[in-house]
Design a protein around this ligand. Sequence first.
Ligand code: AMP
Ligand code: ZN
Length: 480
Amino acid sequence: MYLYNSATHKKEEFKTHIPGRVEMYTCGPTVYHFAHIGNLRSYIMEDVLEKYLRFAGYDVNRVMNITDVGHLSSDADTGEDKMLKGAKRENKTVMDIAKFYTDAFFDDCRKLNIKTPDVVQPATGCIDEYIKIISRLVDTGYAYLAGGNVYFDSSKLERYYIFNDHDEDDLAVGVREGVEEDSNKRNKNDFVLWFTKSKFEDQALKWDSPWGVGYPGWHIECSGISMKYNGEYLDLHCGGVDNAFPHHTNEIAQSESYLGHPWCPQWFHVHHLNDPAGKMSKSKGEFLTVSLLEEKGYDPLAYRWFCLQSHYRKTLVFSWENLDNAAAAYTKLLNRIAALKPEGDVDTAVFDEYRKKFLQQVGNDLNTSMAVTAVFDALKAKTGDATKLAVIGEFDKVLSMSLLEKAAALREKAAQAVQSGGGDYVITGEGDPEIDAKVLARYEAKKAKNFAEADRIRDELKAQGIEVTDVKGGAAWKRV
Ligand code: AMP
Ligand code: ZN
């Protein structure tokens, strides 16, 4: 596989420390509110990446944190604690908020067919790890105490700006929100490893430490959790592009200073989903969620399809019209797959050829739009339906669009509909089970002398561009 690596600013051949094994880390959500569909774009693309790597034969160990402490409103360690903000907003404890929004996050993931990583670790569960790392950083002079907090000393590094090819806009995000100078910092890029002097008297979660009772900074959690579950050598680190600076930059600084050797060579950053009004932001309070999409009648997988159609390194603009188009395309695709007959043998030569091509095309910097195209190509292949279905099922191991399951359900629905029509009512059309079901419903309404309902269905079909003609022993329909 070739992947763009934001640490080297180049597309490179993907390599791992131990051949065949990928140690993969993903920055998880800050659980003080629902995830917005922008956050979920990042998790969808990371999910596809993980599934592609497995598809390519790698053994993947994927670790993700849940940020339930230490993430302040500004990524530059100032402002209010996000968890505390959530707790105040809802009049609940921080732990209640964390539990509620962690569950909500995984509900959304399930609806979007995002696999749960192998390890999911709330940040509050690894305090000893952070203390171990910070202690060594203090001992070796990479960290200093000031005003009751422990800071990382960025002047001790040879190189601090690792990801400097990102848009200014993206780089500035964390720094822009609620900037406030911290006079304890010796250098502009220094960051907090451990807080004891919190500005918030009511900071809910605190732990004992060699520097006093306090809580960890946000960046240290990812280094600590990754080292605990991925080991000292990480192969691939993922996150949204806003995480690149300062979060990932700081993760690298503290991890490499602690370990004394390079930590993670490959960095994968998903660009943002923007709404036309600007960037989606949890902190601003108004954002689109999976539940909202469902309330409006969308299948969450239509949103996944929408994301897959574009490249992860391009900003994606959300609009209802774009989502409608993706939803319509997804439904149409399911109907075409449902029209395939799951009978006969699979041609293994054709299957292998399509699989190989898919692996190669999608392996070019996770080209998901090529993966989408590959499904349509499989439908057009000069081979039997069984082979087409097998190929599509194989691609769906990476796409995770429930293509075979949903198509089988449609096929089943249509079969039931035809049977309940008396069996001898034959519908001919383009093999679209949803339309067949409506045509049959119209026939049944007529049989029951419910002509108003029969006319209503005919009009509905007409509005969809379908013309129905009654023929001997059944009906024929076509798109006009
Ligand atoms: P948070 O819950 O704020 O810590 O963010 C969770 C993940 O979503 C991180 O990887 C962010 O980089 C990513 N993210 C935040 N905003 C967006 C957006 N508008 N589009 C895509 N990813 C985003
Ligand atoms: Zn992180």
